[in-house]
Design a protein around this ligand. Sequence first.
Ligand code: EPZ
Length: 428
Amino acid sequence: MAEEIIIVQGNGTLEGEVAVSGAKNSALKLMAASLLGQGETVIHNVPRISDIDIMGEVLACLGARVERSGHTLAVDTAQVARCETPYELVSKMRASIAVLGPLIGRFGQARVAMPGGCQIGARKIDMHLVGLEALGVHFDVDHGFLEATTPKGLHGANVTLEFPSVGATENLLMAAVVAEGRTLVENAAREPEIEDLARMLSAMGARVQGAGTSTIEVEGVPLSSLHPCEHTTVGDRIEAGTFLAGGALMGGPVTARGIDPAFLRMALMKLEAMGCNVDAGDDWVTVGRTRPLDPIDIQTLPHPGFPTDLQAQFMLLAARAEGNSVITENVFENRFMFAAELGRMGADITIEGHHALVRGVPRLQGAPVSATDLRAGAAIVLAGISAEGETRVHHIEHIDRGYEDYVGKLVALGADVRRAPADALPSR
Ligand code: EPZ
């Protein structure tokens, strides 16, 4: 199939209400956790994105039956008998490593292809392994595969993470719930998606306290006492933040519905500091702007710090602000590629190690650009809406990994955006 691109006409509009999909970075782990309940788990509010499809393939490869009906997934793991994931799938989506903990919990062993790095960094898993070893897991590396065994079974332990890694916290949780005895995870990740996973594990019969804080306590229960459940995925705070950044960029107002505003506290504080009007209710947030954007300094940090997944979107806002901003990326070692793409549209950004100095410019020009990762891709489309002239975004497969119907949602907000073959003629 010819490459598909997104064509954006500039000087656009973004105004109105958008329904936020379920959180990609929760749903993927909820699907993995279903391996611990040996029957049919039903997960609602699952976004229709390619990463979910790949996780479905991983589970099917293990012997599960995964059926989608709208935004609901039924994952029946009763017949799962294999505990090996193929390189082909893991290399397509590193988040497949989320099956490591539940496979060890269910089978006492696992053979999982080592995930590679990606555009934004090496994406190591050393903290996953150190934490699981504390629970009694032994790892060997065999030709690119992790061979996990539990010679003396899984037992509780006190684990302090070197860094509040989201993935490591999740893998530890999904093994600790069936480990013999009590596990304490210190310096745990506090992302809302961790709380969502803990809620589902508890609904399956696990005993988890403290999710969402830096200290999580787990009382292990027998695997046989865990059962399938029905669970609704929390709203995607990064998708919501992306559309709200669009409202800040274009003036809006844009309302993101289906999201807990508490998930976005730091991002909303930064939008207010940049001069935006922010309003919120129980499950919605509205962002608009009637005055020029002020510059801002941002440090990306683990939750509740500023989310690295909104860094590109806010770099775009800083690129259009009246003054100089500094953005520091503390979570990933290579997450400034977006700056080069935005520079091709006229942004004035200087990278110094983990710091980006962004000098605001009065306008951006449409140009042929590429999505360098999922979030940068979403942000470069927003840049095209604010630019003068036409922007053609290549490598949009990155966007399709994590945004359900991104083009459709932007069109519903008034943007002139469409998917087209890469060789489509200029629009006018
Ligand atoms: C999750 O990745 C998200 N992905 C990422 O979202 C998100 O950016 C990240 O958390 C931080 O919030 C999913 O949930 C599928 P980490 P994860 O373990 O779990 C280093 C998106 O756009 N590290 O908290 O991989 C790691 O290299 C994606 O939706 C180790 O060194 O994040 C990174 O620099 C992008 N050793 C940092 O820690 C380890 O064992 C944060 O990683 C684990 C992590």
